[in-house]
Design a protein around this ligand. Sequence first.
Ligand code: TRP
Ligand code: SF4
Length: 330
Amino acid sequence: MNRKRVLSGMRPTGKSHLGHLHGIFENWRALQDTYECFYFAADWHALTSEYKHPEIVGETIWEMFADMLSAGIGVGDQAGYLFIQSQVKEHAELFLLLSMITPLGWLERNPTHKEQIRELKEKDIRTYGFLGYPVLQAADIVIYKAHYVPVGKDQLPHLEITREIARRFNFLYGKEVLIPPEALLTEAASLGGVDGRKMSKSYDNAIFLADTPEEIKQKIASMVTDTRRARKSDPGEPEECNLFPFHKIYSPQDLQDQIAEECRKATIGCVQCKKFLMKNLIEGLAPIQERRAYYLSRLNEVKEIVNAGTRKAREVARETMGEVRDALGF
Ligand code: TRP
Ligand code: SF4
């Protein structure tokens, strides 16, 4: 049976948090049941913004793979392949070839590019490499002939550029070599951080997979809740509270119902509500944290899994590159 192929990548630029776990990793894990999955560390992409601190990649990449494995990615009989972008040099060759055919306008108009130039002012990303970010991403995807790419909304412009580049290649060289991929939009509601904004390392508001129970308690204690509840006697609305999405993940249904009702009647206080969450979140996260500790203490095992995945990725990438060179007559 030939399963359709899924591919996605993540830049190794920092520690994983609950936003990654519930927004990305759980989705990636589930896709393994249906598709042949390739998941990789986009270390070259990490350099587009972190070129002044390349050591960040080395410091975070193995921990990131340990996080993925502990979330069930790359394990089991239908396991996806884990690999490292820079270990499959064919990505670079295809990136170069696709650069030749990508009109500058597509890159200059890219809304994600414009936004990042604005937001990451301090990082000096007005570089050739950063402008070409979507071209490298296109190479990552089409080299595996991936049908589907699970990504968040922010990545849709990049996916659209990938589709356009694939079509342009096929059109210019008269062969259907590259497959324009489809995005699989990640459904999971994004989790708010401690301060109520989107959970993100750069906002310093994240709960990390690496956090100890004590750190988790402190973070939950400091979480903002529904502003209606200035006093304990003021009723609140759990659906508009930053805390409640965590209960939906970590607390049993009957407790969720009870909290929702009592919050609206102001018969439970936020402090008590947080105590329930502390217990349930710490317990719910424990199995993943145990597996994480296991992998981190056996990095050789992690490296073997990634090496095997990289070998498989190379095989596929080499095959596609053969077809690409043929289409060009090189
Ligand atoms: N740009 C993606 C992100 O920041 C990472 C990425 C690089 C990627 N290459 C990819 C995602 C290919 C999907 C497919 O999240
Ligand atoms: Fe949020 Fe719970 Fe407080 Fe309601 S009781 S506002 S759900 S923290």
